[in-house]
Design a protein around this ligand. Structure first.
Ligand code: IMP
Ligand code: MG
Length: 173
């Protein structure tokens, strides 16, 4: 396992993203919709750096088994906020194939929010197949499997303060 992004590099970038979002939403408080479980640490840090009002909700989906996407997205927990006519910012830890975020954007749009933006800490641009461009991207990364700062491997390692790349032996273990 090798460090890919240090705690400091993540902190600096999250602060920049929060500044950008604060500027864009200075006159209309957005609802941040975090995608569980992976986004919880990013969400907590991002919100504490904001200088604008905000509301928070969470949604839970599942598509992964180990390091492989199962190919279908299941909604495990829906949001409870009323989002019709509101400005939504979806908060993701990582966009890999794009399957999850495409599903979530489509689903939230069914409730007629006035806007839907996507903020993702990590973006595997080379492999992602998206119908849109993410509005706020922390880091564009190669298609390696990463853990830490909320991201897991079989539910473990979410508590790492930095982000590490797992190599093949770690994945097999
Ligand atoms: P996608 O549907 O393929 O874009 O995958 C999105 C979801 O898969 C993310 O929300 C993560 O929970 C998980 N995921 C994708 N890549 C990684 C990774 O490198 N490490 C940990 N989780 C990942
Ligand atoms: Mg996730």
């Amino acid at each position: 396992m090798k460090e890919f992004l240090s705690e400091q590099a993540i902190r600096d970038r999250v602060r920049e993203m929060a500044a950008e979002i604060s500027k864009d939403y200075s006159d209309h408080a957005p609802i941040f919709v975090g995608i569980l479980n992976g986004s919880f640490i990013f969400m907590a840090d991002l919100l504490r750096e904001l200088t604008v009002d905000s509301e928070v909700d969470f949604l839970k989906v599942s598509s992964y088994d180990g390091t492989e996407s199962s190919g279908t997205v299941h909604l495990l927990k829906d949001i409870s906020a009323e989002i019709t006519g509101r400005d939504i910012i979806i908060v993701e830890d990582i966009i890999d194939s794009g399957l999850t975020i495409n599903f979530i954007v489509r689903r939230l749009k069914e409730s007629d929010p006035s806007s839907v933006a996507v903020a993702t800490l990590l973006f595997k641009k080379e492999v992602a197949q998206l119908n849109f461009d993410p509005d706020y991207i922390g880091f564009t990364i190669p298609p390696d499997f990463v853990v830490g700062y909320g991201l897991d491997h079989n539910q473990k390692m979410r508590n790492l303060r930095n982000i590490c790349v797992l190599d093949q032996e770690d994945i097999a273990a």
